[in-house]
Design a protein around this ligand. Structure first.
Ligand SMILES: Cc1cc2nc3c(=O)[nH]c(=O)nc-3n(C[C@H](O)[C@H](O)[C@H](O)COP(=O)(O)O)c2cc1C
Length: 384
């Protein structure tokens, strides 16, 4: 019955073994200075075992000074060997897996208890960044993309979702009066120039470039609204954004929604708001429709809440061409072997949406599944 999910896919000049995507999931388990730890390696080796077609490595910060998570991974020269090892370990187990590095800056979501909270917009929390500082952050994204390529990754995700800096700059509420704010032209400059430079700098022409966006963040003046004072969803700017991504010749867009720190159930539906997943299906289909007749591929999000029903829904989304790839987040922690187990008819540990992993992230401790992973089950009890 499950057929389409196991079919090969195309993305840029690459082929994927199937349509399963392991979405980026922060583990908050880096070693000192944001370097790759053994816990990080173990997590991705498990995903490699699971035969996911695409593995998106969690948010990697372009800076050690503005972090949302105390033990976030930082992609810089000092940590490069660790990232090379990470890629090698995944490829040793699963040479076909496409590995994408998500690069980010936490901006106003940076935690002021251990990091500097900085803002794009005078309407956001944190110290307002100067024109030159934003230029330097953009250079940081470009440099990280180069490091990702050097580490052996197959591509990057220029994170532009969930309220992080890449999203904050796109919002109508970015009312800065310099070249980074106000007009649509200015608000998209960070993305436009960053992507153009990354494309021009890449050494391998099959190195994938894409980004993750929140179609609607569910907050006044944020992504998916039409003006700084508007709350109602209006996808006009998101259509323009998708068209811009295509004009920039990006290979894919990963569709998400919400701001986990502010509108969490929109990003990751929980039992009491399970039907939120319907918005994700709608946004994904909308993106696919907007990008029809282009080469860009679309990845959908938030399938974990559907448990075993996710496969049927995924098949329908794929067969109707409403998406190209299907992404799971929390499910990758509950059972990193899911695609392989499904293929071989083995029983799967389905995510219960207990929010344990999110609570760990909020508590600033290592993140894992407290329901099915013995290590994290114990660790959670010790840290309660
Ligand atoms: C603990 C945790 C960590 C996450 N880390 C990231 C991240 O690094 N980057 C990102 O874009 N989304 C992140 N997300 C969002 C997930 O990728 C995903 O979009 C969300 O969980 C909804 O999908 P699901 O319902 O399949 O879990 C995270 C979510 C959780 C719960």
């Amino acid at each position: 019955m499950i057929k389409q999910l196991f079919e090969k896919g195309n993305i840029g000049h690459k082929i994927t073994r199937n349509r399963f995507v392991a979405q980026p999931m922060e583990g908050n388990c880096a070693d000192k200075g944001g370097s790759v730890s053994q816990l990080t390696i173990n997590k991705y080796k498990n995903l490699a075992e699971g035969n996911w077609g695409i593995i998106i490595v969690e948010a990697l910060s372009v800076t050690p000074t503005s972090l949302a998570r105390k033990n976030a991974l930082v992609l810089n020269e000092k940590n490069l060997d660790g990232f090379k090892k990470l890629v090698n370990e995944i490829k040793l187990i699963n040479p076909e897996a496409l590995i994408l590095f998500q690069i980010t800056h936490s901006g106003s979501i940076s935690n002021p208890n251990f990091s500097e909270q900085v803002a794009i917009s005078p309407l956001s929390e944190g110290r307002l960044l100067s024109t030159d500082e934003i230029e330097k952050i953009k250079e940081g994204f470009v440099k990280c993309a180069r490091l990702a390529e050097e580490a052996g990754a197959d591509g990057i995700d220029y994170k532009s979702c969930h309220g992080y800096l890449g999203a904050e700059i796109l919002r109508p509420m970015n009312i800065r009066n310099d070249k980074w704010g106000g007009s649509w032209e200015n608000r998209t400059r960070f993305l436009r120039e960053g992507i153009e430079e990354i494309s021009a700098n890449r050494k391998r022409n099959d190195f994938l470039i894409g980004c993750r966006i929140s179609m609607y963040e569910g907050m006044r003046g944020c992504e998916g609204t039409s003006a700084p004072e508007e709350l109602i969803e209006d996808l006009s700017e998101q259509i323009a954004l998708l068209q811009l991504l295509n004009k920039l010749k990006m290979d894919y867009v990963n569709i998400s929604a919400g701001i986990p720190a502010k509108t969490p159930t929109l990003t990751r539906p929980v039992q009491s708001a399970a039907l939120m997943y319907l918005h994700h299906l709608r946004y994904t289909q909308f993106a696919k429709q907007t990008l029809s007749n282009t080469n860009m591929k679309v990845i959908g999000s938030a399938y974990s809440i559907l448990r075993e029903d996710a496969f049927k829904v995924a098949e329908e989304m794929l067969s109707k061409h409403y998406t190209d790839f299907v992404g799971w987040g929390r499910q990758t922690l509950a059972d990193p072997l899911m695609p392989k187990k499904l293929e071989y008819g083995e029983s799967i540990n389905f995510c219960t949406a207990c929010s344990g992993c999110s609570k760990m992230m909020i508590k600033q401790i290592n993140v894992g599944c407290i329901m099915f992973d013995e290590h994290y089950k114990r660790y959670w009890k010790e840290n309660l």
